[in-house]
Structures are given as C-alpha cells and as structure tokens.
Design a protein around this ligand. Structure first.
Ligand code: 5GP
Length: 205
C-alpha cells in the first residue's frame, strides 16, 4: 500500500505538470534541503522548545508575516510552552526580476501595539534580507522591549542586506522553494514538503 507521502507526491506532481512544472520532492533525491513532510514540522517544534527556554516566564508576542509563514507559525505555536499572543502583518515587496528591491508596502498592519512587549517575528524564508531588514526597523520603531526573528529557511548565499535572525530552521542553497506555506503565484502552499520547482530547463531559482 502506498504511504501518505507517496500519494501526496503523485498528486502534487500532477498539479505541477498542468502548470508546466514538476515538483521535486524529498524522496530519493538525497538533497539535504528537501525536507520530508514531517521534517519541517519537527524542526518547528524543536525551535519552539528552544524559544520556550529562552523566553521562560515572559509573555511572548509573535508577529507572523503573511502568508508564507502561516504553516510554520502553526507548528511553532503549538510547541511553545509560554504565555503567547499572536498578531499578523502582510507585506508586498517590489521585485526587480527575482530580487526584491527593499521597497516594502504594508498591505495589512498589526492589530495590536508592540510597546513594552517581547516580540518575535515569524518568517518563512530569508532571501536577500531586504524585506526583513525593512520590517525589523519598522517594528523596532514601535517600542518593543525586545525584538527578534525566527525563520524556517535561510538562503545565506543570496543575502544583500545583513539581518540578525536569532533562530534558523534550515539553511538551503539558492533554489526557489514551495510548499509548507510557501507559494509560486499563490499555488503549492498546501504541499506538506518543502520542494523545488523544476522546469525542462532545470530547477527554478
Ligand atoms: P527578501 O526580501 O529576503 O529577498 O525576500 C523575502 C521574501 O521573498 C520571503 O518572505 C518570501 O515571501 C519570498 N521568497 C524568497 N525566496 C523564496 C523562495 O525560494 N520561495 C518562495 N516561495 N518565496 C520566496
């Protein structure tokens, strides 16, 4: 009988082929940055335990950057044994080609003030660092008593602007990834694995 992972792989590959892409999964690739459906969730819960120890006894306010970080947030959140509150912010980054320019527009602002709170920004992936650098400075100007960043994925080879990310799930090479909340044109967020998209010309970067 095929495993759940196999049936997800088959479904996703078909959906991707309709779009002219092939989704490349963990199974059999041997590539360290392809996570299995449980690896990202397990890493999120490990990071939750570490964050829980660091903030022990202090209320923690999480800021989730929509939409890509939503699945990571939900796994992280359930691993936090703390007095936790959550808020959401949505941004759109202006891109030149596949690079963001660092110009960021807030499309949904926070509902709650940050003043005097311990705040942790929850991000899906750090690429050039331009978006997070802008957001970090913006949120720092709102007077939190501390401000830090947790990101599931990091592509350090792409960095233009340094960003101090306190907690990193996985470092990955330079490839465009989808799944576990990450999209390509709003699709593929539902894939349980972190995957790369492959065209006939090769892996999308
Ligand atoms: P940065 O400003 O660091 O270049 O861009 C960060 C944002 O770009 C991330 O929050 C994410 O929305 C998007 N991004 C960067 N790399 C990837 C990737 O490999 N896959 C997807 N789906 N989004 C990415």
């Amino acid at each position: 009988m095929p495993s759940v992972a196999d049936s997800f792989t088959a479904r996703a590959a078909k959906a991707a082929l309709d779009d002219g892409f092939v989704v490349v999964f963990a199974a059999g690739t041997g590539n360290p940055f392809f996570t299995t459906d449980t690896a990202a969730a397990l890493r999120a819960s490990e990071m939750g335990a570490e964050i829980g120890r660091d903030y022990q006894g202090r209320p923690l306010h999480l800021i989730c950057i929509l939409k890509g970080a939503c699945i990571f947030l939900s796994d992280l959140l359930r691993a936090l044994d703390l007095d936790v509150s959550v808020d959401f912010i949505a941004v759109s980054s202006y891109k030149k080609g596949s690079n963001s320019t660092g110009e960021v527009q807030i499309t949904k602002d926070l509902d709650q003030p940050l003043e005097g709170r311990d705040v942790l920004i929850v991000e899906d992936i750090v690429d050039t660092g331009l978006t997070l650098n802008y957001l970090f400075n913006l949120l720092a100007s709102r007077g939190p008593s501390s401000l830090a960043i947790v990101a599931l994925l990091d592509k350090p080879s792409r960095r233009i602007q340094p960003v101090a990310v306190r907690y990193i799930g996985f470092e990955i090479p330079n490839a465009f990834v989808v799944g576990y909340g990450l999209d390509y044109g709003e699709r593929y967020r539902h894939l349980p694995d972190v995957c790369v998209l492959e065209t006939p010309e090769g892996v999308l970067v």
